[in-house]
Design a protein around this ligand. Structure first.
Ligand code: ADP
Ligand code: MG
Length: 353
């Protein structure tokens, strides 16, 4: 498919994230509905072309757990990629309108993400690097697919030059500047699973000094922060300024957390015990899976493939499925039945359903 910007008709805005925006578009010549992601690349055109070549890898991705790609093109100064449109959107939007998701749905998400990560790594030697609910997409066929994975080293570099892109889903080793491995994605999955199961981001970021005015400011801004919590873009200048004033929590005019709060949060991720599912509220299997994802030392944490292999036999899974029982899920006003096939249940190693 020879994609041109002029063949695309914009239908709706789907959202905005770090350095990019996504629109629902129609490819007029074929009538295909697509999602068009535009990323601003502030670099030489040779760099943009290199990025385009690297994005070609996405064409070769062929898995039911990975979003398919129609093609990429340059729309100066943006690099645009047209991908499969997922009509139920991403899991951050789903839990924000639905509330905490049923644990069997969270299990399906876990299984799909582990399958997707295993595929990307085994077949293409790609590490995702940005696992979070907004990059896990869902459609009305019940499919769960990953998007926004790190296919292009050049793209990652270009974005890193313009911004200090920080994500609160980052593993402790990543925050500390150690090498990124596929196990870092497993950490990000663990955080995402808790977020979906609880319907809230698992880290708290309370002010840690006694300054009352800060506390009031914090309380006043709290309800506005969640939409800004999942990712942050911080300029070098802001980072410098904030590190000079380490003891105060700051908020930007739009209510987003500033660098200061991010530093606190990063400190918490590295220093404090990992977050967990509240004890006794979820099946033991779910607690164990989350705990396995959130082991702090990458040496102790398993890779996606071994977590997937540990999920147990189909018979065990079927038994757990009977145990859990729930078979319907209301998403966006519609009941979806049997979202989870028995063979796709989650059972970590050693558990007896
Ligand atoms: P982020 O992932 O940080 O939220 P993005 O720019 O990657 O930012 O995406 C913005 C939003 O667009 C996402 O939150 C998601 O809900 C939506 N989106 C992205 N890709 C698709 C797609 N293929 N189909 C439907 N919605 C999408
Ligand atoms: Mg995204």
């Amino acid at each position: 498919l020879d994609l041109k910007g002029s063949d695309l008709e914009k239908l709706a805005d789907l959202g905005q994230g770090n350095g990019g925006s996504v629109e629902k578009v129609k490819h007029v010549p074929t009538g295909t509905i697509m999602a068009k992601k535009s990323v601003l690349i502030d670099a030489k055109s040779s760099v943009r072309k290199q990025i385009l070549r690297e994005l070609d890898i996405m064409h070769e991705c062929n898995s039911e757990y990975i979003i398919s790609c129609y093609g990429s093109f340059i729309e100066d100064p943006n690099v645009c990629t047209c991908i499969e449109f997922m009509d139920k959107g991403s899991f951050d939007g789903i839990y924000k309108s639905y509330g905490a998701l049923p644990v069997e749905v969270v299990g399906r998400v876990a299984m799909s993400v582990l399958e997707g990560l295993t595929y990307l790594y085994d077949v293409h030697r790609i590490i995702h690097r940005d696992i979070k609910p907004s990059n896990i997409l869902f459609n009305s066929e019940g499919q769960i697919k990953l998007c926004d994975f790190g296919v292009s080293g050049e793209l990652i570099n270009s974005i890193a030059h313009t911004f200090v892109g920080t994500s609160v889903y980052m593993s402790p080793e990543r925050i500390q500047g150690a090498d990124y491995s596929v196990k870092s994605d497993v950490w990000s999955l663990g955080i995402s699973l808790i977020e979906l199961a609880l319907g809230a981001f698992p880290f708290t970021d309370p002010p840690d000094d006694d300054d009352l005015s800060d506390l009031e400011e914090y309380a006043g801004n709290q309800q506005k922060t969640p939409t800004h919590r999942d990712s942050f873009v911080v300029s070098h200048k802001t980072a410098k300024r904030a590190s000079k004033r380490r003891s105060k929590l700051e908020f930007q005019p739009d209510g987003g957390l500033t660098t200061m709060s991010i530093i606190e949060l990063m400190h918490q991720i590295v220093q404090e015990p990992s977050p967990r599912l509240p004890e006794g509220k979820f099946p033991k299997e779910a607690e164990e899976l989350v705990d396995a994802c959130l082991l702090k030392r990458p040496e102790d944490r398993e890779a996606p493939k071994s977590l997937l292999y540990d999920l147990g036999t189909v018979e065990q899974a079927a038994a757990l499925f009977e145990l859990i029982g729930a078979k319907s899920l209301l998403i966006a006003g519609r009941t979806r039945t049997a979202l989870m096939k028995p063979s796709q249940c989650i059972i970590p190693k050693g558990s007896q359903p």
